[in-house]
Design a protein. Sequence first.
Length: 101
Amino acid sequence: CRVNARGFKDAVVQMYQSAFGATRETAAVANRLDYGQTAGSEKNWIPFVSGEKLYYAYTPQPHVIIEAHDDGSIEKRHSTSFKPLQQMLKDNPGLEARGSG
């Protein structure tokens, strides 16, 4: 558990991924996915496979798709915005588009 500036433990939820192929006899090693923030929670990314590669839908606005690798590294592959949602958020500054995908 990490320690904050005041010396208190302050764990936050983060996204981890392990490589395929772990068995009961071998331990699975998980790596933190190196994307997003480390000071706040990162969770609920939506995973999907395309062409034998693992991707995650990271945010809904903008709609960000990232490719994850076994070592925890990430490559941002796509980022698009849905204009009606973008306009609604602009017109209503108190609203927030949160969550995945």
